[in-house]
Design a protein around this ligand. Structure first.
Ligand code: ACM
Ligand code: ZN
Length: 746
């Protein structure tokens, strides 16, 4: 990591005598990520068919790629010639090697000088020259027939050395053409790591010569409709991708998951598990309790063989071994694993996981490689040379950094591109700071960067993938490269707007920056007024009243309704992929903030304390922002004080169930009333109709209808959770979730 200079903008006014050249401003320089130092001059470099690309011999590969990219953009097929270190020629673009490195700025530093007579990109390294070429390409207008390039002087280098995207090729499989497109786009935005997620419960995607069943069996799953789904990369294809990436200065880090997320391997070679199986490559999403047996030597033999072939294919300094979400249930009940625990003097299964990871770390180190693992590898003791990728918040990365290890930040709060815009929009990513303020300076230096994680459970095709990754990945690219103390989102989004035509040229079906509509409720005389806000200035909505009537709404003002309706929005003429149903519930507790005895998750807050009484019902989309999610140690109690004694006839609340995501309906909800808030009287309870084992996503309404009206000032619900995930569940013993929405009192 390099210490950044304060960005400065230098305006060279050397050509004032040329009246027909328009003055340019830094606003005209639309480079993402934002450059460190920018100087400007009057005039432009105007490429022609006779413009020549010169390259220092070492930069032949970079020059060729630049030539092709330039041609794709402009149609001009420029000459390519070797550069002899002499004066730069007129009408040339020269990729020149610096005579010495610039240690204080790191090896990615480049200087780009565009003058009317010639362009020069200087760097000591191929990666620096490559970055300079990407900046130059971004300076070529996309809407100008002349492709005239503004005269600028740029010195630029990144803040963080690790700038990555995780691509999950297991839940859904991506062709090497798609993977290469993503490598191009990473390079274009000066990211430098493709974290290639290659093995999973749902599919093994990398050919391993010694274990052919991994791809004969492990690469294929039977979907719920009986169809076969799968695919894998041959070793030849992997070499092709790695070489393609290397030419574009992208390090490809393979992830081979262990000890968990390994069902596809166990289905192929059942002897690697704690039990006899059989196992199947699962078509379901989630966490599964069958993992590699840590007591069996053949597990380690297998994994070392696999990693040996992996290291032959991938020259990367790092190998990612996963390490996340590995339930301990099988190990607890396996004689071999228990024998290992006692022979190795380990205290528990967490230390067994640590033993497992340390063995892999030692093996990789013996082969000159470094291990990366998800933050679970901290549990039971961190391997000495391991780098931690922090995903369950920032704490894992902080713990690693303070204990002298390196860390990569990719917390679910900011970096999960599988999450919808309602949880992580572009502005949120752009506000991401990989360095927690609590961290001391020396430890902060061990945060080497960040990644955005593109898990693909719910991403079936390329158009979908593009719309999840873009434009959000570009936001993280700028954070990691430019890293400024006061990021200016408005300025960034103005630059980004001008990049959309470029993304179109790359064939990217980019998505949206944020949810275009916001809703608030206002309670007026016991009825709900929904205030609809335009979050995107160019948004137009179609409001569907569900009774055959629909009207267009594009007003800047708020919209008031008390009727159930659905919005369909479009921004700049592009239809937003999601509808916005508004199902309203008018009830006595409307607008009253309840008191709650537990803390709700910051990711599932339903907008805060008033989320359970705002009159808007949560939907089947568990990330619609309306569910309040809890991981409970004891029962949940929610109390609504009606302010004065009232007659009530029923109480109810909605609960979500999706056991794959560890979300269960309560076992029971008991309702109470009180006149004074001190003494509560139980008035009955409601139980769910469904079984906790029931598959799929659904909503349970747990309602209590009274035979006669009752008088109450305070109403309480006590929600009994199932406790930890039950023994039959794949995450047996892990904390389960309760998701609740509107607490309705009528
Ligand atoms: C993860 O998201 N399980 C690393
Ligand atoms: Zn075992």
């Amino acid at each position: 990591m390099v210490k950044r200079l304060v960005p400065i903008i230098i305006l060279f006014l050397v050509s004032c005598s040329v009246p027909d050249r328009k003055a340019v401003s830094p606003k005209d320089v639309i480079i993402i990520p934002k450059v460190a130092t920018l100087g400007m001059d009057f005039g432009t470099f105007d490429p022609t068919e006779s413009t020549t690309i010169y390259y220092s011999p070492e930069f032949y590969g970079e020059a060729q790629i630049f030539h092709d990219q330039f041609q794709n953009l402009t149609g001009l097929d420029l000459n390519l010639k070797e550069y002899d270190n002499g004066p730069v020629a007129q009408n040339s673009i020269t990729l020149a090697k610096d005579s010495a490195p610039h240690a204080e700025f790191g090896d990615e530093l480049y200087v780009l000088s565009v003058q009317s007579h010639a362009i020069v990109i200087n760097s000591f390294t191929g990666i620096g020259v490559f970055h300079g070429a990407q900046s130059l390409l971004q300076l070529i207008p996309t809407n100008d027939e002349n492709y005239n390039i503004l005269n600028v002087w740029i010195e630029d280098y990144p803040h963080f050395s690790h700038r990555g995207l995780l691509l999950d090729c297991c839940r859904h499989f991506w062709s090497i053409e798609v993977v290469k497109k993503y490598i191009d786009l990473l390079a274009y935005y000066k990211m430098n790591v493709l974290h290639w997620h290659l093995t999973e419960d749902q599919g093994w995607r990398i050919e391993i010569k010694k274990y052919p069943k991994l791809t004969e069996i492990g690469a294929w799953r039977t979907e719920e409709d009986g169809s076969r789904y799968g695919g894998f990369y041959t070793q030849a294809e992997i070499k092709e991708v790695v070489a393609y990436a290397e030419a574009r200065h992208i390090a490809v880090i393979p992830e081979i998951e262990l000890p968990g997320h390994s069902l596809a391997a166990l289905a192929s070679y059942p002897h690697l598990a704690c039990t006899d199986g059989p196992f199947e490559v699962t078509p379901e999403w989630g966490v599964f309790k069958d993992v590699y047996c840590a007591g069996s030597d053949s597990t380690f033999e297998f994994l070392e063989d696999v990693l040996t072939e992996v290291m032959e294919l991938f020259p990367s300094k790092y190998i990612h071994i996963g390490g996340d979400e590995s339930p301990k249930f099988r190990w607890k009940n396996c004689a071999k694993c228990q024998k290992r625990i006692s022979e190795e003097g380990l205290h528990d299964e967490h230390e067994l996981q640590s033993y497992f990871i340390k063995r892999m770390e030692t093996f990789l180190a013996q082969n000159g490689r470094k291990l990366i693992g998800w933050d679970e590898i901290l549990e039971g003791g961190l391997a000495e040379g391991a780098t931690v990728q922090s995903w369950r918040g920032m704490q894992g990365g902080m713990d690693a950094a303070t204990s002298g290890n390196y860390a990569i930040m990719s917390p679910t709060s900011h970096c999960y591109l599988d999450y919808g815009l309602e949880l992580i929009d572009l502005e949120k990513i752009y506000a991401f700071d990989p360095i927690p303020t609590e961290l001391d300076k020396e430890s902060a230096m061990r945060i080497i960067g960040g990644e955005c994680n593109m898990w693909t459970e719910h991403v079936p095709d390329e158009a979908n993938l593009d719309s999840k990754v873009f434009p959000r990945m570009i936001g993280l690219a700028e954070v990691l490269w430019s890293y400024r103390e006061n990021p200016d989102y408005t300025e960034f989004s103005q630059r980004l707007e001008k990049h959309y035509p470029r993304l179109e040229k790359w064939g990217v079906n980019y998505g949206f920056e944020k949810i275009p509509i916001g809703f608030n409720t206002e309670i007026v005389e016991s009825s709900i007024k929904v205030l609809v806000n335009k979050a995107e200035p160019n948004m137009v909505a179609l409001v569907d009243y569900g009774d055959g009537k629909s009207v267009e709404w594009n007003s800047d003002s708020t919209f008031t309704t008390s009727q159930n309706l659905t919005f369909k929005a479009s921004v700049n003429g592009r239809e937003f992929p999601m509808e916005f149903p508004l199902d309203l519930a008018v009830h006595k507790g409307l607008g009253i903030d309840p008191s709650i005895n537990a803390e709700y998750s910051s990711s599932y807050s339903a907008g805060g304390i008033g989320g359970l009484t705002d009159g808007i019902l949560a939907t089947l989309d568990l990330r619609d922002g309306r569910w309040q999610g809890f991981q409970l140690k004891e029962s949940l109690e929610v109390v609504i004080d009606l302010g004065k004694t009232q007659s009530i006839s029923s109480c109810s609340a909605n609960f979500y169930q999706y056991n794959n995501a560890w979300i269960f309906a309560p076992t029971k909800v008991e309702y109470f009333i009180s006149a004074d808030g001190a003494n509560y009287q139980s008035i009955g309870y409601a139980e769910p109709n469904s079984d906790p084992k029931e598959k799929g996503q659904f909503i349970e309404t747990l309602a209590l209808q009274f035979e006669e009206k009752m008088e109450a000032r305070l109403v309480k619900m006590r929600v009994y959770s199932l406790g930890p995930c039950p023994v039959w569940h794949d995450a047996a013993g892990s904390d389960s979730w309760i998701f609740v929405d509107e607490f309705v009192i009528e």
